[in-house]
Write a protein that binds this ligand. Structure first.
Ligand code: PLP
Length: 286
């Protein structure tokens, strides 16, 4: 496979970045993960819109216009053989000549890096999808701008690792008694067939998959409300789901070692998941 670095497609071992890059020194950058199925980038414009917003929020000059980003992502998919893969895209503030928290003055060119990874099993066929997965709740220890897709992921890493060490796949995060999101996913609950997910705010990343799930619920008459989820509502939910671009919508059937609902993927998840797969097939010609 090839990676892209500052204007060139390269073999990964030929890609070189200075240790003075502010991504390395400060995690001063933003990123995106865009899935492609059957070689078709899924919800590309929504991802690029979020990238543009992340860049603007941290005042990194956007090195490409929308059409430029689109072309670059498509070239990346082609350079890696198409199929099912995720494109990882990172932009840092660039390489400065000294380590100083304040932005380099005059500004330097941002560093642009793309790489890709296969999405091995179609998510819909994975065991997590058919049997459900386990999650644990943890206190949300992150900063106050979780709406920015920042590469500063140390809290997310520590939270996810704590989940994995306890035999779970995801941490469901709680801040001031409310569910925010997962360590790398958005969270949904279902009560009596009605779906809830926290509204967009600085406390969560506006997930592209989350937005699509809300859209598909509305389109297919599944009741859905964007509202805060108090901790107690999480624990008495009939169903819990987590969503992300590379894993789609995963039913959480155990929370803190107790079954969620009857401990099996729920009826509302089955309906939504069917619509989600249909939508993907239609768009990507699977
Ligand atoms: N929330 C966080 C913190 C994430 O890191 C991610 C993605 O990895 C998501 C939510 C889900 O976002 P998306 O559906 O756009 O992949």
């Amino acid at each position: 496979g090839k990676v892209y670095l500052n204007g060139e497609f390269l073999d990964p071992e030929r890609a070189r970045i200075s240790p003075m890059d502010r991504g390395f020194l400060f995690a001063d950058g933003v990123y995106e993960v865009i899935p492609a199925f059957n070689g078709v980038l899924f919800r590309l414009d929504a991802h690029l819109q979020r990238l543009e917003r992340s860049l603007a929020e941290v005042s990194i000059a956007n090195p490409h216009d929308r059409a430029g980003w689109r072309r670059l992502c498509e070239e990346m998919v082609a350079a890696n053989g198409g199929g099912n893969l995720s494109v990882y895209l990172q932009i840092t503030r660039g390489v400065a000549d000294k380590r100083d928290h304040a932005f380099p003055d005059p500004p330097v060119a941002p560093t642009v890096f793309l790489t890709s990874a296969p999405i091995p099993v179609p998510a819909a066929d994975s065991l997590h999808q058919t049997r459900g997965a386990a999650a644990i709740t943890l206190a949300d220890t992150r900063w106050a701008r979780c709406d920015i897709k920042s590469i500063s992921l140390l809290p997310n890493i520590l939270l996810r690792q704590q989940a994995v060490a306890s035999g779970a796949v995801e941490a469901v995060l709680l801040r001031e008694g409310l569910v925010t999101e997962g360590a790398a996913s958005n969270v949904f609950t279902v009560h009596n067939g009605e779906v809830s997910t926290p509204p967009h705010s600085a406390r969560i990343l506006g997930g592209i998959t989350r937005d699509l799930v809300v859209e598909l619920c509305r389109e297919h008459g599944i009741p859905v409300v964007e509202r805060e989820i108090p901790e107690a509502r999480l624990h008495d939910a009939d169903e819990i789901w987590v969503s992300s671009s590379t894993k789609d919508v995963v039913p959480i059937t155990r929370l803190n070692d107790r079954p969620v609902g009857d401990g099996r993927p729920g009826a509302t998840w089955k309906t939504l998941s069917r619509h989600y797969i249909q939508f993907k097939r239609r768009l990507c010609g699977l």
